[in-house]
Design a protein around this ligand. Structure first.
Ligand code: SF4
Length: 668
């Protein structure tokens, strides 16, 4: 039986999926996508699938991949999604289909305990204060029993804990095969398991990190797999450009200085003046930071000439040369002790790499890329390609028949035209087969869209306050169950503060603001607000909350978007991409800004309806969506929701949602 027939059988009403999962209901979109994936596997060609929310795309790619009997590499956007795929979807399907496949999970090295660094940390004089010592003791205790060394399995360890850099490795500080703990090393163990498994789950960061430096094991893995699947593929380009470029940060210099000092004092005390060597590196890093002077934290300075914009070229060049000279001095010194321990040989390599990068940033930028300076507490010097087209094309459209494999790219949002150009162009996949699978949801019945009239224009200084005031009214009417998505961090803070002030002391509504607690906790709290019959919740968030957040049911029934999510025009990457389009005779607005806004809007709106039974309202507080000609294109990108024409209609709809909700709000 060919793969398509096997897939059809699995998805049939009496097939393997229906027999194994009580709630499985055959859906035509899901089966169509699965058949398209099966054909791509049989024909070994690349396939791009936009599968709208509710299609159940995970089953659509996993079933044919598992039934094919081929080796599979599966990549998703985040570690949390990796855990979900590996821990839930994959084992459920392997069991349902009864296929004898072995699976493995491979994360970046920063996710695993480094036994060598953990042992060094306890004796390191520069190890931070008491609370970190307690956290270190907890890690040491857990280290005795863990099989995987995956820190996500250590209960109660905050992902932002200061102890993590002390007990994990980086490519820079890992000793590799000369390491005394190499045999027991969790990073190596995870890689060995991945190399032996039939299905390996990785993430996009790891995939690109490996294309760039070929060190995490994916480069070895890739030639041996026949099917590579990228879920949440809309994040590929932005993730890829981060890794395919070069960067140097003052943080990396300070980490190097700290590691050199700690290792020197532990393993070669008295042989060199470690304090002076580390001090000189720290000093050079600090001087580089100081040469930038007072710049608003979070700024990105364009860097098209000798120095980043607004900086004195001479001072900047001197500070950068001082960094290379200091690192060259560290190299020389480390060379004299390299034979004592592998730690020094690795520090030497690290100093050499940092020095080469500092020197490269002193030369003119490479053509075809973009260079800028990120300014925060630390400085980050960045040079990046504008897209990942070349890197992907070189692998997907190879002439090497032995390397032929099927590449599947999928996500709920990949563009606003039939060719999915927003995704396929920067990823070099314009020649790939493209499929769009519509949502099974009845949006006209389940959801409504409202664009307030007589609202301040988005550029008006009163706009943000007006969003906050309206959001407070609507959320009060609905008893919470509201998510406010902002386009800027400034609006996030302003709207968050205004809503917290509006509901201060409220027994009915709690306001959660992004940044107050870890993202996962925030979402869990928002989701749970409804189920405990307690206070309703309003969540104010920006950036990463526009996508990937799944809050089904009554906990979220109103999504408010403050402005149309156009990319920030003075971001150096956005500028460089616009310039490139204009120079090719295209319109940066039509071919870049609009598709970006359409995709982001679609993602934001996608938070509202997550199940066939969900009901809700989307409010976009930006009159341009209704008044400008380009608004029509953006509206077409949204699901076909009912349009509400007035505030009265909105209020009626909110009241209806309140009446039908399982947890009605308390009178205020
Ligand atoms: S090989 Fe690298 S990651 Fe593994 S224990 Fe040694 S230093 Fe740590």
């Amino acid at each position: 039986m060919n793969l398509e027939s096997q897939v059809l059988e699995a998805f049939a009403p009496d097939g393997a999926l229906a027999r194994a999962a009580e709630h499985f209901v055959p859906r035509s979109g899901q089966t169509d996508m699965a058949l398209a994936v099966a054909r791509a596997i049989e024909g070994a060609y690349p396939l791009v699938v936009e599968a709208s929310t509710g299609v159940g795309k995970t089953f659509s790619y996993l079933v044919p991949a598992l039934l094919s009997g081929e080796r599979v590499l599966l990549s998703t956007a985040t570690k949390a999604l990796q855990d979900q795929l590996f821990g839930r979807d994959l084992p459920a399907l392997v069991q349902a289909l009864g296929v004898p496949v072995s699976t493995a999970l491979l994360k970046g090295r920063g996710s695993y305990l480094c036994l060598h660094r953990m042992e060094m940390a306890r004796h390191d004089a520069s190890f931070p204060e008491r609370s970190s010592l307690r956290a270190l003791a907890k890690v040491e205790e857990w280290a005795r029993g863990t099989d995987t060394g995956d820190l996500a399995e250590l209960p109660g360890l905050d992902e932002r804990s200061p102890v993590i850099p002390w007990v994990t490795s980086t490519r820079e500080n890992c000793l590799g095969s000369p390491c005394p703990r190499f045999r027991a090393c969790h990073v190596n163990q995870a890689r060995r398991q991945a190399l032996a498994a039939d299905v390996v789950v990785i993430n996009h960061h790891l995939f690109f990190a490996d294309l760039a430096v070929r060190e995490s094991g994916v480069a070895e893995l890739l030639p041996t797999v026949r099917i590579a699947i990228f879920d949440e593929a809309h994040q590929l380009n932005e993730t890829g450009v981060q890794f395919l470029g070069e960067n140097l940060s003052t943080g990396q210099l300070l980490d190097f200085a700290r590691d050199m000092l700690g290792t020197g004092l532990q393993l070669a005390r008295g042989l060199l003046d470690w304090q002076a060597l580390a001090g000189a590196t720290e000093h050079a890093a600090r001087d580089l930071r100081l040469s930038v002077g007072k710049v608003y934290p979070g700024s990105k300075l364009r860097w098209t000439d000798a120095a980043p914009e607004g900086l004195a070229p001479k001072e900047w060049a001197e500070a950068l040369v001082a960094v290379s000279t200091t690192l060259a001095g560290a190299c020389e010194a480390l060379d004299t002790v390299s034979d004592i321990a592998p730690d020094f040989a690795r520090l030497h390599e690290r100093a050499t790499e940092l020095e080469a990068r500092a020197r490269a940033f002193g030369l003119a930028p490479e053509p075809g890329g973009v260079r800028w300076l990120d300014v925060g507490t630390q400085l980050r010097l960045v040079e990046s390609p504008l897209d990942i087209a070349q890197a992907i094309q070189a692998r997907v459209f190879t002439d090497d028949k032995a390397a032929a494999k099927t590449w599947i790219f999928t996500s709920a949002t990949l563009g606003d035209d039939a060719q999915l150009s927003w995704f396929t162009q920067p990823c070099g996949l314009t020649e790939a087969t493209v499929l769009q699978v519509g949502s099974p949801f009845d949006y006209a019945r389940q959801a409504a869209l409202y664009i307030p009239r007589n609202f301040p224009k988005p550029g008006d200084p009163t706009h943000t306050a007006a969003v906050a005031a309206s959001a407070a009214d609507w959320a009060r009417r609905l008893g919470g169950r509201t998510m406010v998505l902002t386009t800027t961090l400034r609006a996030l803070r302003a709207i968050g503060e205004a809503l917290q002030a509006s509901f201060a002391g409220s027994a009915d509504i709690e306001v959660l603001v992004q940044g107050e607690m870890p993202k996962r906790t925030l979402i869990e709290r928002f989701r749970q607000a409804d189920s405990h019959g307690g206070r309703g919740c309003v969540l104010v968030a920006s950036a990463s909350f526009w996508e990937g957040i799944d809050v089904p049911g009554d906990a979220l029934q109103l999504v408010i978007i403050d402005k149309l999510p156009f990319p920030p025009p003075n971001d150096p990457m956005v500028e460089a991409r616009s310039r490139l389009l204009e120079s090719a005779g295209k319109s940066a607005f039509n071919d870049y800004f609009l598709p970006e806004a359409a995709v982001a809007l679609k993602q934001g709106a996608g938070r509202l309806i997550r199940r066939e039974t969900d009901q809700g309202v989307l409010v976009v507080c930006d009159s341009r969506l209704a008044s400008m000609g380009y608004g029509k294109r953006l509206l077409r990108a949204l699901p076909p929701m009912q349009r509400l024409a007035s505030e009265e209609q909105l209020n009626e709809r909110l009241d209806l949602l309140t009446r039908t909700c399982t947890r009605a709000p308390q009178p205020t």
